[in-house]
Design a protein around this ligand. Structure first.
Ligand SMILES: [Mg+2]
Length: 432
């Protein structure tokens, strides 16, 4: 069956995001995403999801019209068209990556949602799930990890500084304040009770390392069987990282991005008793040779949003296999199209030996889909339906687009948002 892309629609959306703390600041009250639709007529639509920041949106919208007439099976043609439309532009990113921007990183990031949408279309056209297009399932259930954050109870009131970002979502989130080990354990209990997660990640880099080690010890005591991870987002020096690694020996399945840069990570890796993982120092093809030859990381957190879609993420996993490097999966705040894409990819990756990260619990049920894929028993069952296995709820998409139009946020900026409440706050890596 043949089909051609007739129309490309990019819709920015905003959804409520709780005040989650990290080494760069605190999440703003609204998280931005862009929903990409490739329309082929007769109701045939391919879906993709990506970042919603204004500079990225502009690039997506520049590329969109150039895809009209493309065969959705021609993803090499898609890559060429994206490259031509971008013309070698180098656009920075605000999603936790380091190592600077590059035209290659920009192209991979812009290509990704269109590639995912093409794979969704291909699946619809041949009546098979995307996982089958990626080599077939190696598992029917893709495990995800509980993703714990230090957090405030709620965003400060809407009539105060929050008015600067266009007000607050009407409802808060069900997770209480978590600023110490007891709060983190309570959050884990709530999240695991609802979703059944079988592993736990703590976002660190918020408090001095000793406090975060105490939280890890408290989690170990409360959940003796579950693998634990700690991710301070490069908040520590090499010396601090080595000390924390030694103090957490036997407690962590991996330590994620303790310190900035490949050279620093390599120094820590040599001394650390556990593997180091990254979504900050090996984040593009150009990072692989130095990252792997210097043995800076034992696990790469793949992320199809910046590795250039699902097939290129599978290529990354194959390279990791060659080098004996493990594969896990990274996440930013996202909606259900991204979860479906991660699930299809996770189903087809033999190398995915760790539960993937997801921010899904922090969405608190908000989505653009009519039936989001549920997380039960800590995993998502791979849908049998064609393509990604999900469909848009047009009313929900309209509501989330309205949120976007109403809120004043146009780029993610955790540091500036935190500075509203703590004027002296600065972003420093390393901080300790
Ligand atoms: Mg990370």
């Amino acid at each position: 069956m043949t089909a051609r892309i007739r129309e490309v629609v990019v819709t920015p959306v905003a959804f409520p995001d709780p005040p989650l703390l990290n080494s760069a600041g605190v999440h703003q009250p609204w998280a931005l995403r862009a929903i990409v639709e490739l329309r082929c007529g007769d109701g045939l639509i391919g879906l993709g999801e990506t970042y919603g920041d204004a500079p990225h949106l502009e690039l997506l919208r520049g590329v969109g019209p150039t895809l009209v007439g493309l065969d959705p099976f021609d993803t090499n043609g898609l890559w060429r068209r994206v490259g031509r439309a971008l013309g070698g532009v180098d656009a920075p990113d605000r999603h936790g990556l380091t190592g600077g921007s590059s035209p290659q990183k920009t192209a991979l990031r812009v290509f990704s949602p269109f590639e995912v949408a093409c794979l969704d279309l291909q699946g619809h056209l041949i009546g098979r799930p995307v996982a089958d297009l990626l080599g077939g399932r190696v598992r029917d259930r893709v495990p995800f990890s509980a993703y714990l954050f230090y957090k405030w109870a709620a965003h400060p009131p809407a009539d105060g500084p929050a008015s600067l970002v266009g007000g607050l979502p009407p409802a808060g989130d069900p997770y209480p304040e978590a600023l110490d080990p007891a709060g983190i354990v309570e959050q884990a209990r709530l999240m695991i009770a609802q979703y059944g997660f079988g592993s736990i990640k703590l976002k660190g880099g918020v408090f001095p390392p000793g406090e975060e080690i105490a939280a890890i010890r408290a989690l170990r005591e409360a959940f003796p069987e579950l693998p634990l991870r700690l991710d301070p987002n490069a908040a520590w020096s090499v010396a601090t990282s080595i000390r924390v690694a030694e103090e957490t020996e036997g407690l962590l399945e991996y330590l994620e991005d303790p310190t900035p840069g490949i050279a620093g990570m390599a120094e820590v890796a040599e001394a650390a008793p556990m593997p180091l993982a990254t979504n900050m120092c090996v984040v593009s093809p150009a990072d692989i040779p130095p990252g792997f030859t210097q043995e800076a990381v034992g696990v790469v957190l793949s992320d199809h949003h910046y590795w250039g879609g699902l097939r290129r993420s599978a290529e990354l996993a194959a390279m990791c296999r060659t080098w004996g490097v493990g594969v896990s999966m990274h996440s930013n705040s996202h909606l259900g199209i991204s979860l479906a894409a991660m699930t299809q990819l996770g189903a087809a990756l033999p190398e995915l030996t760790y539960a993937a990260d997801t921010h899904t619990p922090w969405q608190c049920g908000v989505d653009v889909l009519d039936r989001p894929l549920p997380i039960t028993g800590g995993a998502v069952t791979v849908p049998d339906a064609p393509g990604l296995g999900v469909a848009l709820d047009r009313d929900a998409l309209a509501r989330l687009h309205e949120n976007y139009l109403r809120c004043a946020i146009r780029e993610r900026d955790d540091t500036s948002y935190r500075r509203i409440f703590e004027p002296g706050y600065t972003r420093r890596r390393p901080r300790w």
